[in-house]
Ligand binder design. Structure first.
Ligand SMILES: Nc1ncnc2c1ncn2[C@@H]1O[C@H](COP(=O)(O)OP(=O)(O)O)[C@@H](O)[C@H]1O
Ligand SMILES: [Mg+2]
Length: 221
């Protein structure tokens, strides 16, 4: 990243776009405290995460949902256990299982709870990764091309789910995407080029589907 400065208000849904190699994943990893910054600061909810020690960082990561570009499911665990995994250290196994089933239903995977990741298609694994990221009811969701392996109808449904969670719980969402139809439904579009922000546009004008389509056609990703 080079000279990147941005502020995202709580509850915003932001599309992060830019060519492959432009730095989308790196930026998400830095905000999620998965990669360290060499210089500069990242502050989330008044907490400067770039200055935190190990145990404070672990607590911070538990509050953030992360959907990895390559899913990173645990191959030896079933779909259900993969979704539960992030909250395993916490009490209440039965409640966790019920919530995990709800989330799997929301991403369209009811009936696949006992499958292993290798038995699923890429798109199904991606949806497990999305359910897992939502398991801890995060206030911040960082999603790295979360619909990249889904057909456009399924991708649209996943975005419906995320927007619905934002509306109900005020979750803030930053998602990397190459898809116009996804980006056009976000509140804001930030485009990266060679590690810099080259465009930052507000997309919040009206809820009219026709306006969204028109906006999608005009977006440079
Ligand atoms: N851990 C790393 N250390 C050094 N360079 C990296 C690392 N991860 C990615 N890069 C480089 O940083 C640039 C941005 O990569 P990335 O964030 O993966 O882009 P995008 O997600 O937009 O495709 C690329 O040139 C990539 O090779
Ligand atoms: Mg990437």
């Amino acid at each position: 990243m080079d000279d990147v400065s941005l502020e995202i208000p709580p509850g915003a849904v932001v599309a992060l776009t830019g060519a492959s190699g432009s730095g989308k994943s790196t930026l998400l990893h830095m905000i999620g405290a998965i990669e360290q910054v060499d210089a500069g600061t990242v502050t989330v909810d008044d907490l400067e995460i770039t200055g935190l020690g190990r145990s404070a960082l672990t607590r911070y990561r538990q509050r953030v949902g992360f959907v990895f570009q390559r899913y990173h499911l645990l191959p030896a665990l079933t779909v259900l256990d993969n979704v539960i995994a992030p909250v395993l250290p916490r009490r209440g196994r039965a409640d966790h299982a019920a919530r995990a089933r709800e989330l799997l239903d929301a991403v369209g995977l009811t009936g696949r709870e006992r499958a292993l990741p290798a038995q699923l298609s890429g798109g199904q694994q991606q949806r497990v990764a999305i359910a897992r990221a939502l398991m801890g009811s995060p206030g911040l969701l960082l999603a790295d091309e979360p619909t990249g392996n889904l057909d456009s109808a399924t991708g649209g449904q996943i975005l419906d789910l995320l927007l619905n969670l934002r509306d109900r719980h005020g979750m803030t969402i930053l998602l990397a995407t190459h898809e116009r139809a996804i980006a056009a439904r976000c509140d804001r579009l930030i485009r990266l080029g060679d590690g810099r922000i080259v465009e930052d546009v507000d997309l919040t004008d009206g809820e009219d589907p026709a306006a969204t389509l028109q906006r999608a056609a005009g977006l440079r990703l």
